[in-house]
Design a protein around this ligand. Structure first.
Ligand code: LIP
Length: 342
């Protein structure tokens, strides 16, 4: 598979879909009116999501008729909604399309919304990713071994090189964290997320007036409502980490390629708080343990190597910080993508 050719086509698709999104956003095309998916008012869809997905699917099918396509709105093109994996018996690449990530933002005309397109090879390895915010005209793209880019001209992370290295955080107190509350508002899940959010912000030790707390005391937390863009903000180096449980493969697939090419890492976002049985299992928080279908995601920015240490020491330091972050976050049970109807 020619990764550059696939990337060029994915960028073309992102511009085609992006133009439809931008027109609707500006009141010149389809309606931004949203309806609840499966009766959940926190999970929205618009006619623009559906039209963009259909348009992109048709263009992919015309150019690469043998390839598989997985989209947020219509699932697998061959109708297989359960039991799928990225690696497949047909030994063909899979396109993973989120026509509009951040549909709530789009419906509100809040300008953080994007089309996200990724491709995995026949073995299931994510190899191309494009995330395009057509409102702010920011296009993030990457292919394996080709670096990660903003608008195809600016190398990520930004700034690139020694200046970025100097900005790498040394403690959680220096970290800006992307955090999403997702669409599951059931009481237990909401309580758990809010507790994690609170623990991220709480003082690292001591009495805050309400009793003893041991929080992460991060520098700040942001919820922008679009996982694909959260991932790109980590790749940029604007966020130090992004954590979410409950989002889907199509929210993070393109961002995973972009983040890795920017020197960052994707880890399982399995919360470790109050779970001594797994808290010591260091192998859970490694790049090798990351499952793109697992719906538990922790994106970690890259960091430059320490001059006196081995190559990879920068990333290793960030992964150790990520592990520390997870000890403040609660785990939430979710069903893997591909196992049940998504
Ligand atoms: C959204 C994600 C967001 C997450 C929501 C939802 P959508 O995608 O980007 O990060 O918190 O649950 O999945 O549904 O707008 O494409």
């Amino acid at each position: 598979m020619d990764h550059q050719e696939i990337l060029d086509f994915a960028i073309h698709l992102a511009h085609r879909g992006g133009a439809i999104i931008r027109d609707a956003f500006n009141g010149q095309g389809l309606s931004v009116d949203a309806v609840a998916k499966q009766g959940n008012p926190s999970d929205l869809v618009t006619e623009v999501d559906q039209h963009v997905e259909r348009t992109v699917r048709a263009l992919i099918a015309e150019r690469y008729p043998a390839h598989r396509i997985l989209g947020e709105e219509d699932g697998m093109a061959d109708g297989q909604t359960t039991g799928w994996t990225l690696a497949n018996d047909r030994h063909v690449p899979t396109w993973i399309v989120d026509p509009i990530d951040g549909t709530t933002n789009f419906a509100q005309r809040f300008p953080f919304t994007a089309i996200s397109i990724a491709v995995s090879d026949a073995e299931g390895n994510l190899c191309v990713g494009v995330v395009y915010n057509p409102i702010l005209n920011e296009l993030y793209s990457a292919r394996v071994d080709g670096g990660a880019w903003l608008n195809q001209t600016t190398r990520l992370p930004f700034p690139h090189g020694p200046e970025a290295a100097a900005r790498a955080p040394r403690s959680l107190g220096e970290c800006l964290i992307g955090f999403e509350h997702g669409s599951d508002r059931s009481p237990a899940v909401l309580d758990s997320r809010l507790a994690s959010h609170r623990r991220l912000l709480a003082r690292s030790a001591g009495d805050n007036g309400e009793g003893q707390v041991h929080g992460a005391q991060v520098r700040g937390v942001r919820c922008i409502g679009a996982g694909s863009l959260d991932m790109c903000l980590v790749a940029r180096g604007a966020y130090d980490m992004y954590w979410e449980i409950g989002s889907h493969l199509w929210d993070i697939a393109a961002g995973t390629v972009i983040l890795r090419e920017a020197g960052g890492a994707m880890l399982s976002g399995c919360g470790l708080y109050g779970r001594p049985e797994i808290n010591t299992a260091k192998e859970l928080v490694t790049e090798a343990a990351f499952d793109p279908l697992g719906r538990k995601y922790l994106a970690v920015r890259g960091a430059a190597d320490h001059p006196a240490l081995d190559p990879g020491s920068g990333k290793a330091a960030m992964i150790s910080l990520a592990r520390e972050l997870l000890t403040h976050l609660e785990d939430i049970e979710v069903t893997q993508d591909g196992v049940s109807d998504a």
